[in-house]
Design a protein. Sequence first.
Length: 262
Amino acid sequence: MDKNAIEKAARILREAEAARQTCAPVRDILGSDSDQALAYAVQDTNRTHWLGQGRRLIGRKVATSSAAAMKAFGIHGPSYGMLYHDMVLNDGAAIPAGRLCQPRLECEVAVVLEHDLTMAQPTLVDAWRAVGYLLPAIEVVDSRIANNDARIVDLIADNTSGAFFVLGAMARKPDGIDLRRATGVLYRNGQEAGRGTGVNVWGGPINALAWLAAKQAEIGLPLKAGDVVMTGTYCPMVPAEPGDEIRVEIEGLGVCEVSFPA
């Protein structure tokens, strides 16, 4: 790998995020639009930088977990990004105008782990045993790539477009909740804008959790008790505009809201 290219791509993405501006795709700098190892090297470089600046890692997020997203990016499995302490928002939070460049919203289930999930090849049973609480959640994604012209290398390098995530106020134990068949609905200004079920999330949110745990163990960053995992969207992303009021409802879990004041 070209370390200079990796460092340059990482710096460009950091600066774009700090300036709340977009940048050109970094795939040309890296010399590939499909080499995920290169993309994760950029993501890792920025993780090291941010942790050194005092940012705290509190979890992970699963991206491109639906069949439609994988087809769009020409890949055969999910991808992942990091969740930091300054990305989490309370239920009902307001995101000021100008804070984001190209915000889009996802309807998700968030998992809070009660036990470590560190084995190399976790089963669904292992994943379920590790779950402490489930919450309805909204992921606010914001690609730093201009015009959302991201290919898989750009997406992963850009921390899978991570910006914020909003957690519902009510956490529930997982007993008796069928996440695969549960319906998730995203409302924009009171109108339904997206709907799906958990089966869209890599076959189910806990499937996505098990996949993620294996990947994190592989890179030496295993999931631990207390980590938050955003498991992937139930329905296609919905763009957000100033003045929008967003509400997500997950069957069996409850609601979560965020707004974008004009």
